[in-house]
Design a protein around this ligand. Structure first.
Ligand SMILES: [Zn+2]
Length: 126
């Protein structure tokens, strides 16, 4: 069993990429895949991937998980909440993909949670 996830580290570029993409899709939700690695309780997010068959409405963002090839470098997702409230919904937790659920409370409140909805610390570096 790996160490319990406590922290998500993202680069400044990844953070601005998330905010730019959310602004493009506003007032709809957007969803992106997080590429990186899990190491010693820390998730390192190194880049963003546009998921296959993504669709965003004002209240839901979806993609086809089964269209993805198995890829251990995809460690979670980030999606936006146009409402500005960066908390996972029940559906967000039920249909999560990967270890990390990041939510951008539009326009700039970036939060992270594990699959149980537990709050993870977000650290911006680089
Ligand atoms: Zn959500």
């Amino acid at each position: 069993m790996g160490k319990l996830l406590t922290t998500v580290k993202v680069t400044g570029d990844v953070r601005s990429g998330i905010m730019d993409y959310a602004r493009d899709k506003y007032p709809n939700e957007m969803i992106l895949l997080l590429r990186g690695r899990l190491d010693g309780g820390v998730a390192y997010v190194e880049s963003l991937v546009i998921p296959p068959f993504a669709a965003g409405s004002r209240t839901r963002s979806l993609f086809n998980q089964w269209a993805l090839p198995p890829d251990p470098t995809l460690i979670g997702t980030v999606h936006s909440h146009p409402s500005g409230i960066a908390r996972p919904s029940t559906a967000d937790l039920l249909y999560s993909y990967g270890a990390v659920i990041m939510i951008l409370g539009f326009p700039a409140d970036l939060k992270a949670f594990d699959r149980n909805g537990k709050y993870l610390e977000v650290v911006i570096e680089g």
